[in-house]
Ligand binder design. Sequence first.
Ligand code: GDG
Length: 465
Amino acid sequence: MSRLVVVSNRVAPIDEGKQAAGGLAVAVLAALKKTGGIWFGWSGTVVEEESQSEPRRTDVGRLTYATLDLSRRDFEEYYNGFANQTLWPLFHYRLGLIEVSRRTREGYKRVNGYFAEKLVPLLRPDDMVWVHDYHLIPFGEELRQRGCNQRMGFFLHTPFPAPEVLVALPNHREVIRELCAYDLVGFHTQVDLRCFADYIRQELNGEVEDRGPEGGLLIHAFGRTLLARAFPISIDTDTLVSLAETAVRSRHSERLKESLVGRRLIIGVDRLDYSKGLPQRFQAFEQLLVAYPEHCNRVSFLQVAPPSREDVPEYIAIKRELSELSGRINGRFAEFDWVPIRYLNKSFGRRVLAGFYRTAHVGLVTPLRDGMNLVAKEYVACQDPDDPGVLVLSTFAGAARELDSALIVNPFDIEAVADALQRALTMALPERKERHAAMMRTLRSHDIGWWRESYVDALTRAPYG
Ligand code: GDG
């Protein structure tokens, strides 16, 4: 069996206790543990000098971590610049937020070339290379230019935008050419896949062959043939179920329950990112208290929001906005013995979170755009099947395609989200159980193992040309 070489911007800290908050880290570690191989990427360290070092290698069982540091300039141009100020807002349909600069685009290409250069000596001829996310789109082409002909796959963790949005990027054609250097390109949903196919047809006059619902699309463009397919990412369902069963009796969960003194709890857990719709979510909770005042002093909203990308101006702005908003809403509604919004800018361990999810009566997941959203799936998996909470989920999260027994909302429609919260808080047990059971069937048949196996299986069958 071929080794798997996973390449991602960040390699999760080797000490799992310190595991980064991002969804990618959680998913990839679960995938690599089974196959063994290499996990290659940025160490997370920024160094002041410009010199290019060799990868740092650490072996843990059958898994090798190989990491590189980034110089200050590389970090600014590649990570903060093109990846997070151009591609991230673009792929999340936020054209008003994109920064376009040749300097950061060149920095992005330079770092991808540097990473490829350092991976080449570690590769074996029959390895399969699996590259993750928008930071590393040119990585495959950079490897090919260095003579690598291994099977190469790419998986995009964000949405893929409609071509009408993508063309706002000055060098969009070049970016798509880079994407077409892979043998397999994976997206979360059929919607993303359709947007990609639309671009290939409309902008490149490329050919798209439909291989049926599970088979994906064969793309002929730039003189190559590749397979594009949807692989909705998921969670380690069984592990989360058992984690939540024990975590709910932990000290943290007990403390949370005691602090509620019989009140009900709505929970949100998100990286502090403008794509997650947090201001609208806070306003929807405020609207619930206005429209249904019986919930005043009866319901609390716990929002866990660990800070993210703190060097990027838009993230500084959203953090300030949320502090002001939570302060204003709490000032307006709080009682001497009740604070409506508990807004926490910090992260918790996975176990603690699992206990919090299970304690909460409503999971509120309302991104304005999201590739998948693993929190939605985690919330469902952590519920007590005999007395489950209700998931309120944005229609713009990839997860809404699968979790259609959630209460699906438009996150821009604040009054409708408040109404959905009211419905969730008053839903009778039989309906809650039925909705939960339907979603659990999906999460059990399509867990993280299914995602990894179906992707790796498709990559094993490459090349498609
Ligand atoms: C990207 C895409 C896609 C959050 N706070 C804490 C914590 N988390 C964990 C959650 C969940 C993960 O982080 C977040 O994953 P999401 O999927 O919700 O969102 P992104 O970080 O934006 O992930 C997304 C994903 O990649 C995978 O492809 O679904 O669409 O944007 O697992 O539980 N974990 C811990 N403490 C926290 O405070 N331990």
